[in-house]
Design a binder for this molecule. Structure first.
Ligand SMILES: C[C@H](O)[C@H](C)C(=O)SCCNC(=O)CCNC(=O)[C@H](O)C(C)(C)COP(=O)([O-])OP(=O)([O-])OC[C@H]1O[C@@H](n2cnc3c(N)ncnc32)[C@H](O)[C@@H]1OP(=O)([O-])[O-]
Length: 725
């Protein structure tokens, strides 16, 4: 039953029931109309309470219905108007979540009672749309335009205590919001309800509000770089100031359909469901996420308290897992301890503001130099800098110190997990857990399975990812795994574009206008150019190991751009040295300005190597960089390193600043059309046969030959991968 009704004395309790999140599907909406109609007509009923089963109110409209005919049956707004117009008081009892249409339903009620653990919000903007059942009209009328705009444009899930302060809910209780709602309903029987009907409230407009909204538009354009939904949200809220409720509602509806026509909602909803699917891993042995039991992680340890190690300690602590933090010497331990403690203080402050007790919501952190203290931990994460010999030394130690069933994880961002595991007595307990910087903020976790990694270790690492609030994606073991492997051809194209006449700021501008959080050159300056330089030197691509007489722009028979090497040889490592592709106000500075030195250097370099200048064409920049990414993505699917294109897109959306409103590199290639992607790559490769990364992947050719089937069908075309996941 999608909704049920029972009588508590003279109060009718209508319960939405559509597990797991009580999404307001067509059947739920029909049931609500029926149950509410009967309760309204029932003379025994003096008041009505609305709640949800499974201690959840509702996660809003059923996103799976979008684009189908089911969404057109019984509009949620019609139900909301009926509830609001009710002559009997209606109280929403909010437990767990009231999001999107779920909160809109609650806003149509005359009163709202929430459990202290509940979260409310209008997160439609996160899936590329806007609240479309009166939320943009009722919320500003309830809490004012500025507060409503913040809730709607950011799409935050707001804790109940804050929702009370904002005025979204009338009461917050500890446990059993339903009883409290029934009591309140009884109390307000006979009370005037006019003022409680939000659609009747008028917002007094003034010039400040207009300026405020205009400023919000400018801010949103900068912050959301091409995402249309935040701007539509602002225009809908602006309508609540100038138009009547029903005119505002019509504006909301028009904006919804104009957004849908952009294709962005479809891309963001693809991203939404792909994140949920990523957790449902499968293994070539037939094992799956729901057949393998994960081991509980009650205690953990982190080796190395550099930037990554610190963030990982905080992530574990925020998941209430006690952590042992180890460094190799007292001085580094002191530095790491200071940094971790200041991050912990910030987390404690945030918890206090949410009305939570830090001590019971953060796992303890114990600092030590003694590996002996690791003998009882359930899981260890090694996060020392990228050096195979150092990692092997640590894993040998861990293999002898830790208890036999402890899991040994490496945070390497691309070294061979099997090689690391080979120095232990328990390669089946070794797995890659590749966090992204800053590890306590970035949502992505690449879980890297080695040849001998056990199914239990996979299940445990994937489960830990969820517990840390991460989006965990299971990938195979190959150099640089998925994300960083695809970055290679992307950055390669970016360098060639500089050789051919562009400047870093031009390439970055094109990629940032495309929606990337940061263009390739700003990103390299942030990460530090020396990181890549060190690994290229180790590989013999630059430095003393390069054989005499090797052409400057060739390596192993392929084109090579020495631009970044030359910058590093002159100490330009990026932000950390105050000079890189950009110049910064000081070492460690964050604001990069185009650097005349770089301009002059590039002009001289092109002259020296007589490189033919290409006419400026920003579209070409995007195509070459984005298609280089996707092409490597197809190779990764062929190799079985990723099990489906959705996983690759989840990795890029959550780890590399790819604009979610474009779905991800694979979804983007699909939306552009695979025949076009193939044609562009073939033309480029024909003209540049010494750039093998741009040789169209076999799988791309195969799918393009099939006319570019929908992305969800690609995995069926992958065939037997060379490396089983
Ligand atoms: C008119 C109105 O104005 C407009 C137009 C709207 O209302 S648009 C809709 C606005 N609402 C949202 O944006 C909320 C979206 N959902 C979430 O943010 C989260 O889901 C969650 C609620 C905070 C729970 O998180 P979780 O981590 O505990 O579990 P989960 O794994 O995420 O979700 C558990 C399962 O529920 C599925 N699911 C969740 N929300 C759903 C929804 N709104 N519709 C359909 N399925 C949904 C999800 O795919 C997964 O399925 P499966 O994988 O098991 O098959």
């Amino acid at each position: 039953m999608a909704a049920t009704r029972r009588l508590a004395n003279t109060v009718a309790v209508i319960t939405i029931s559509h597990p797991p999140v009580n999404a307001l599907s067509s059947s739920v909406r029909h049931a609500l109309v029926k149950e509410f109609g009967e309760a309204s007509r029932d003379p025994k009923v003096e008041a009505i309470v609305l709640n949800g089963s499974g201690r959840k109110f509702s996660a809003g409209a059923d996103i799976r219905e979008f684009g189908t005919s089911a969404i057109k049956t019984v509009s949620l707004e019609d139900i909301n108007s009926t509830i609001e117009a009710s002559q009997k008081p209606v109280v929403a009892a909010i437990e767990g979540i009231a999001l999107g249409g779920g909160l809109e339903l609650a806003l149509a009620c005359h009163y709202r009672v929430a459990d202290i653990q509940a979260k409310v919000g209008l997160p439609e903007v996160l899936i590329g749309i806007l609240p479309a059942a009166g939320g943009t009209q009722r919320l500003p009328r309830l809490i004012g335009v500025p507060a409503a705009l913040d809730v709607i444009v950011r799409g935050r899930h707001i804790p109940a205590s804050e929702a009370l302060k904002l005025g979204i809910v009338d009461e917050v209780v500890q446990g059993n919001a339903l009883d409290a709602a029934i009591q309140l309903a009884r109390k307000v029987i006979g009370y005037p309800l006019n003022k409680k009907r939000l659609s009747t409230v008028r917002i007094s407009s003034d010039s400040n509000l207009e300026d405020f909204l205009d400023t919000a538009v400018e801010k949103a354009k900068k912050q959301f770089r091409g995402a249309k939904a935040p701007l539509a949200c602002i225009e809908a809220v602006r309508a609540s100031v100038h138009l009547s409720y029903h005119q505002g509602l019509e504006k909301e509806r028009q904006l919804f359909f104009s957004l849908w026509a952009t294709g962005q909602p479809q891309a963001q909803q693809y991203a939404f469901f792909s994140e949920r699917e990523a957790g449902k891993w499968t293994h070539s042995s037939g094992a799956r996420w729901d057949t393998e039991e994960a081991k509980p992680i009650r205690t953990a340890a982190v080796i190395g308290l550099g930037t990554m190690g610190r963030g990982i300690v905080i992530s574990l602590s925020k998941a209430k897992i006690p952590v042992i933090a180890i460094e190799q010497d007292a001085q580094q331990l002191e530095v790491g301890k200071k940094a971790v403690n200041s991050l912990l203080e910030r987390e404690a402050e945030k918890l206090k503001q949410q009305g939570s007790v830090p001590s019971s919501n953060l796992g303890s952190v114990h600092f030590t130099l003694d590996f002996g203290e690791l003998q009882d931990v359930d899981l260890v994460i090694e996060a020392v800098y990228e050096n195979m010999e150092l990692k092997k030394e640590i894993f040998r130690k861990l293999s002898s110190v830790c208890k036999p069933d402890a899991f040994l994880c490496t945070n390497t961002s691309g070294l061979n997990v099997d090689e690391i595991a080979s120095v232990t007595h328990r390669p089946n307990q070794v797995i890659g857990t590749h966090f992204f910087s800053p590890a306590n903020i970035m949502r992505l976790l690449e879980v890297v399975r080695g040849q001998q990694t056990s199914l239990t270790a996979i299940a445990t690492a994937m489960n830990l990812g969820k517990k840390l609030g991460k989006v965990a994606v299971l990938v195979g073991n190959c150099p640089l795994f998925v994300g960083n492997r695809m970055l290679g051809p992307y950055l390669e194209q970016a360098s060639y574009l500089l050789e051919e006449g562009y400047y870093p700021e031009e390439v970055d501008q094109a990629m940032e206008e495309f929606g990337f959080a940061m263009g390739p050159f700003r990103m390299m300056d942030l990460a530090g150019l020396d990181v890549g330089w060190r690994s290229r030197t180790e590989k013999g691509l630059t430095g003393a190991k390069v054989p005499q007489g090797t052409p400057a722009r060739q390596r192993l028979g392929s084109r090579y751009s020495p631009l970044a090497d030359i910058l590093c040889e002159s100490g330009r490592f990026g932000q950390k040295t105050g000079r890189g592709w950009y110049q910064y106000e000081k070492p460690g500075g964050r604001t990069g300005k185009p650097d005349p030195w770089v301009k002059d250097f590039l002009q001289k370099y092109r002259k020296t190597h007589q490189i033919k200048q290409q006419p400026s064409n920003p579209e070409q920049i995007v195509e070459r960089c984005a298609f280089a990414l996707a092409n490597e993505g197809f190779r990764i699917l062929e190799d079985g390193i990723a099990s489906c294109p959705e996983d690759i897109d989840v990795i890029y959306n959550n780890g590399y600043g790819w604009p979610k409103y474009r779905g991800g590199p694979m979804y983007y290639a699909s939306s552009v059309g695979l025949p076009k992607v193939l044609d562009t790559l073939e033309k480029y490769y024909k003209a540049n046969p010494d750039v093998p990364s741009m040789k169209p992947a076999f799988l791309l050719k195969k799918l393009a030959a099939l006319g570019g089937p929908p992305i969800k069908e690609w995995r069926t075309q992958v065939g037997k991968p060379v490396n089983k996941l």
